[in-house]
Ligand binder design. Structure first.
Ligand code: AMP
Length: 541
């Protein structure tokens, strides 16, 4: 027997309609790549998203067509999220930090018909356009005064001109909630990038779930500033969760440096933010240098890479800002786990609860997870056994876009994350490595992430990576590769001694190498494949 409740379809346009109706005067503030601060309301955002929708329809965009964006976090990008998806087309956010060859591959693979780009990326798109002949129109996300006098870009026009020609008199069409709404390619450190195609249903359910107090947590009393870019997994869903809850949204544009971020935190009264560890490490240094304080910021989410415990402790003790550690992937929309405490931890001091909170956290409702051994059998959740992390749920990828090959699913329908993790008896998951990065010494696993987290707690270490190098006796041993903090000196032996007593003896790295910088992926993660190439043939002392 079917239930007798209304069968409204979940659509992202309903989120915009909700916020415009019930929080119409709440603001969206953006730092524009053109240099100025733009401020308007959710009611105005709805109007302009509808104007955009009409412009897209006039350009012949139909249900399922891909519309690409190469853009920072701004109100125009927000309008594209809703305007494109609202008509049933697919908003394809592209990471401008990828190599040009990867960008060309992605744009052609997705068959983007239109491409919207920020002023910052004009030189880049001029190089890409001849290699992306399927793009019919390139739209500069700015006013017409910023259009270049000459350009080889087909159909070039300005975003503001496009909108100005349209009215906001438009009703969003109704369609099946399983319709695709956005597309994001993985950064592809080894293979070609792969497209993850989100649906309206997965996006709305994810936004609801991350809004829960033990998800990322979001409310109408929050002022939310996603520092994580809107071109990387939909800024962790915050451009949907903020309007869903009626929170003010602050979008930092291209201003990702600590000074620009701090200025926005303070002038806009930001209470809640989210970003990768690198952002917070930079901000911490900036705050310390100027003995600065946050007046409104209460908490931030750190994810994308492991959050060093020293960073979490410094934010809390020195700046009064709580860091919640979270884990996810492009393939999981992205949120899978977050590291909030349980009632049983209530009496722990912050120092006592730190070892729990530095884990990647508990599964949020909607995501199930388990760890398995090489034989595919589930391992014990004892906080000790390491295994391949598998997940499943309504916002986890089933198959990659246009891949023609099966995705990373097990026979019984779990997604192989490629991460190696432990899960403790309270359900807290801890990532120890990417499966390809695991170090195996004398048959025992060593967590490179744990060693890296420890190394960055040393005052002279700006960044650290640990890779396995061949050893005649142990098969593999850990090598620590370090970038020193500017103006600070430290000897290799001092760093090796730093691990003593903090990890099992056989985990201690055998050697240290100092480098000027470490290789990163386009999303800021350590590129260990490159590092292993750099140190190929390395001989331990
Ligand atoms: P991406 O799809 O680019 O967002 O990358 C997803 C991968 O980033 C995951 O599979 C993890 O390897 C890594 N990752 C994400 N969050 C964390 C975290 N909190 N700690 C450690 N690794 C993380």
């Amino acid at each position: 027997m079917l239930g007798l409740m209304m069968a409204d379809q979940l659509r992202v346009a309903s989120v915009l309609e909700h916020v415009a109706k019930w929080h119409g005067d709440t603001e969206i503030v953006s730092r524009l790549p053109e240099g100025s601060i733009h401020r308007y309301t959710y009611a105005a955002a709805r109007q302009r998203s509808k104007q955009l929708a009409q412009a897209l329809l006039k350009a012949g965009i139909q249900n399922g067509d891909r519309v690409g964006t190469l853009a920072w976090n701004t109100h125009r990008h927000f309008e594209l999220y809703f305007g494109v998806a609202g008509i049933g087309a697919v908003c394809h956010t592209i990471n401008p930090r990828l190599f040009p060859e990867q960008l060309v591959y992605i744009i052609n693979h997705a068959q983007d018909r239109l491409l919207f780009f920020d002023l910052t990326f004009l030189p880049l798109v001029e190089k890409l356009a001849p290699l992306c002949p399927k793009v019919e129109k390139w739209v500069l996300m700015a006013g017409s005064q910023h259009l270049p006098a000459t350009s080889g870009l087909p159909g070039l026009c300005s975003y503001e001109d496009l909108l100005a020609a349209e009215s906001a008199d438009y009703e969003w069409p109704m369609f099946d909630e399983n319709t695709a709404c956005s597309l994001c390619y993985t950064s592809g450190t080894t293979d070609q990038p792969k497209g993850v195609l989100y649906s309206h249903r997965s996006t709305v359910l994810h936004a609801l779930s991350i809004s829960l107090p033990d998800g990322l947590g979001c409310s109408a009393r929050d002022v939310v500033m996603p520092v994580v870019p809107m071109f990387h997994v939909n800024a962790w869903g915050l451009p949907y969760a903020a309007p869903l809850n009626g929170a003010k949204l602050v979008l930092p544009g291209a201003g990702m440096d600590a000074a620009s971020l701090y200025e926005l935190f303070e002038t806009e009264g930001v209470t809640f933010s989210a970003g990768v560890p690198t952002i917070w490490l930079g901000l911490l240094q900036f705050m310390r240098e100027g003995q600065r304080r946050f007046t409104t910021l209460q908490r931030t989410i750190v994810g994308g890479s492991s959050c060093p415990p020293a960073l979490m402790a410094a934010f809390e003790n020195e700046l009064g800002v709580t860091i919640t550690h979270a884990w996810g992937m492009t393939e999981t929309s992205p949120l899978g786990t977050s590291g909030h405490l349980k009632a049983k931890h209530r009496n722990l001091t912050p120092a006592e609860s730190l070892p729990i909170r530095v884990k990647q956290g508990r599964a949020i409702f909607g995501v199930d997870m388990k760890i398995v051994g090489d034989d595919g059998r589930e391992l014990s959740q004892d906080g000790v056994a390491f295994g391949d992390l598998l997940v499943r749920g309504p916002w986890v990828v089933r198959d990659y876009f246009g891949s023609g090959t099966p995705g990373e699913l097990t026979a019984d329908g779990w997604f192989r994350t490629g991460d190696v993790a432990t899960i403790d008896p309270d359900g807290y998951m801890q990532i120890t490595d990417r499966s390809k990065d695991v170090i195996k010494s004398g048959g025992e696993w060593i967590s490179s992430i744990d060693l890296e987290n420890l190394a960055v707690a040393h005052p002279a270490v700006a960044e650290a990576a640990v890779i396995g190098v061949p050893s005649a006796k142990w098969a593999e041993r850990p090598l620590l590769v370090v970038v020193r903090r500017p103006g600070m000196d430290v000897a290799a032996q001092e760093l090796l001694d730093f691990f003593r007593g903090k990890v099992a003896k056989f985990w201690e790295p055998d050697a240290v190498e100092f480098v000027e910088q470490l290789p990163h992926t386009a999303t800021g993660k350590l590129l260990k494949t490159q590092l292993r190439k750099d140190f190929a043939g390395y001989e331990l002392p």
